[in-house]
Design a protein. Structure first.
Length: 460
């Protein structure tokens, strides 16, 4: 399977973490935010120990510069859903592990405007059945409510994404596998902020027997509260990018679009964002001949999922590319990041800006570290127009590293920072905070096989 898509899928396969109880360890802040220079590492926080391994699976930013790291950590011999909150200065405000399930892992986390934190987790009950769990914590760490949905006999539910909309609605997206060649697809649920269920779980079948990963799905909500889900579906003997529109009021699937590539045999969407009166999706196209070749894909739709414009490139070429991060500015210009690679050679970070009609590349930048390769996984644009890329650097005898790059609106590279953490690393998210920081989170596994959740903060 293709390298970038394989990396994306890997983040969803870590539910069973067999570990035992331990404590929290952190690294001290290395500089005060007021005195720090741009690009300086302000702190590196770790959750976990030899006695209690942990994984960071999602990060989020909230009011007052607060951040949250979520994933899984040991409690009484099994990995449990874990959420931790940090202040702007890097002080751990609280950490919670949810013990009312046999084991579990948070897939996504989000703040609302008041500072409450919501988490969507996959879990396995003591009865052996699995399902989706939604948790709400107050600003001080009190559990406000917990809601769970168990899969039926022979079925599997797995949490994937979570969004809090402008009205305080909590939308959760997950995967559904039927088992024994039953239908597979996605499930969507909606709650009010008080924990009252609005509707769901609504199941949207995409294809029979196709083994879907939650990392391949994207979720977005428009200003009216309608919901969009993007990923892929198996049809006519190939994988097709697919996008659904779901009514936010009652959960009814309104529109479904399958994307038919022009330059490849198959396609899938990885990322989705709503902008103004439309939405944009990025993903991959590829050929399924004797030597699979992958290329990039960008599509713009209106809110009724009518295609406005598209751009495909790279499929069938010796140099392959895939895009995973996407933002759209107020003028409609599109910024994407991803990776470029050639055969078995090291990858390079790609970032580019295209005009609103996708007909012209306004600029494109390629970055390769001095040792090994790298790929861009996450992209954020701040209010000044600066662009931030987060991803993974590895190979050529160098340890795996988190990588963060800053670009100006015109594409000038301002700075690059890497962090190894002393072992294998896996980034899961990048965010720009409200008080001068840029954050990247994920996991690091040391040479003894101990995994810890990680949150880094750099001065913007």
């Amino acid at each position: 399977m293709r390298a970038v898509r394989g990396s994306l899928r890997e983040s969803s396969r870590r539910l069973a973490v067999v570990v035992v109880l331990g404590a929290l360890s952190v690294l001290p802040a290395v500089a005060d935010v007021r005195a720090a220079k741009p690009g300086e590492l302000l702190y590196a926080k770790r959750i976990g120990s030899r006695q209690a391994s942990a994984l960071g699976c999602a990060v989020a930013g909230g009011p007052g510069g607060a951040t949250a790291v979520a994933g899984t950590q040991a409690l009484r011999g099994a990995g449990r859903p874990m959420v931790a909150k940090y202040s702007n200065t890097g002080k751990r405000v609280w950490r919670r592990r949810y013990a009312r399930v046999a084991e579990g892992e948070v897939a996504d986390v989000a703040f609302d405007r008041t500072g409450d934190i919501y988490a969507a987790a996959s879990f396995r009950a003591r009865s052996g059945r699995d399902g989706i769990l939604i948790l709400k914590y107050g600003p001080r760490g009190g559990l406000r409510w917990a809601r769970s949905h168990r899969a039926g006999f022979g079925q599997t539910y797995e949490a994937a994404k979570l969004v809090v909309d402008r009205r305080g609605g909590v939308i959760v997206l997950g995967t559904s596998e039927g088992g024994w060649d039953g239908p597979s697809g996605v499930v969507v649920l909606k709650y009010r902020k008080n924990g009252e269920r609005v509707w769901g779980p609504v199941r949207c079948d995409l294809d029979p027997g196709y083994n879907r990963s939650s990392a391949d799905l994207a979720l977005a909500v428009d200003h009216a509260g309608d919901i969009y889900v993007a990923g892929s579906a198996w049809a006519a003997g190939r994988e097709n990018a697919v996008i659904l529109k779901i009514d936010g009021a009652d959960g009814t699937e309104r529109i479904r679009r399958l994307y038919e590539p022009r330059n490849g045999d198959s396609s899938s969407f990885h990322h989705l964002t709503v902008h103004g009166s439309g939405l944009a999706a990025t993903g991959s196209v590829w050929t399924e001949d004797s030597a699979t070749s992958e290329g990039g894909l960008i599509v713009k739709f209106d809110l009724d999922l009518q295609e406005e414009c598209r751009r495909e490139w790279g499929a069938g070429n010796a140099t392959e590319e895939a895009v995973t991060g996407l933002v759209v500015d107020r003028g409609g210009d599109v910024f994407v990041t991803g990776a470029r690679w050639r055969a078995e050679g090291p990858g390079r970070v790609v970032i580019m800006r295209l005009n609103g009609g996708l007909s012209k590349v306004l600029w494109k930048r390629i970055y390769r570290p001095a040792r090994g390769g790298a790929g861009g996984w996450h992209l954020v644009r701040d209010r000044s127009g600066d662009l931030w890329v987060g991803g993974l650097a590895s190979g050529a005898g160098a340890p795996d590293r988190f990588i963060v790059l800053k670009y100006s609106p015109s594409g000038a590279l301002r700075w690059v920072r890497t962090w190894s953490g002393g072992g294998d690393v896996y980034p899961v998210g990048l965010l720009v905070g409200t008080r001068g920081g840029v954050y990247i989170g994920g996991s690091v596994k040391d040479g003894r096989g101990v995994s810890r959740a990680v949150l880094l903060k750099y001065r913007r």
